[in-house]
Design a protein around this ligand. Structure first.
Ligand code: MG
Length: 158
């Protein structure tokens, strides 16, 4: 049986925070704020994985009240999420993700993000797609108040 999962995440941008997307730290004076490293791309993919198996959301498995997850790399959370998927007989087929950011320009970093994600998820590079979209100056994303990400995954369950 093949199942599909969808994930979305949004974090605020703050001066002095590192900007981590897909496990890659990007050169930027502003970064995403949150309990973990606030990597919206990893979080969207993790939400999608959990969604594919109807396992709830990331907050349920990795609560932001738990000091173990303070400042943690979201790649670690993604690795733990894949363990949950595998434990239920799930095999990740592919990921398609989009990051919505006004700045910085993400295109030069997309391949590296996809590779980090693929390595963490234990799939080949051709199974992970990471795309970037500019919000064209519109709304909170256009005003650089935050960065959002969306992801769809396909999981085969045996
Ligand atoms: Mg998040």
């Amino acid at each position: 049986m093949t199942r599909v999962g969808f994930g979305f995440d949004l974090h605020p941008l703050r001066r002095g925070r590192p900007l981590v997307l897909g496990g890659v730290t990007l050169p930027s004076e502003i970064g995403l704020d949150g309990h973990s490293d606030a990597d919206v791309l990893c979080h969207a993919v993790g939400e999608a994985l959990l969604g594919a198996l109807a396992l709830g959301d990331l907050g349920r498995h990795f609560p932001d009240t738990d000091p173990r997850y303070h400042g943690i790399s979201s790649l670690v959370l993604l690795d733990k999420t894949m363990e949950l998927v595998r434990a239920r007989g799930g095999r990740l087929v592919n990921v398609d993700a989009t990051v919505l950011a006004q700045a910085p320009r993400l295109l030069p970093h997309l391949d590296e993000m996809a590779k980090r994600l693929a390595d963490t998820l234990g799939v080949g590079g051709d199974a992970v797609s990471v795309k970037a979209k500019s919000p064209e100056g519109l709304g909170l994303l256009g005003r650089k108040e935050g960065i959002a990400a969306m992801a769809v995954v396909s999981v085969e369950v045996t």
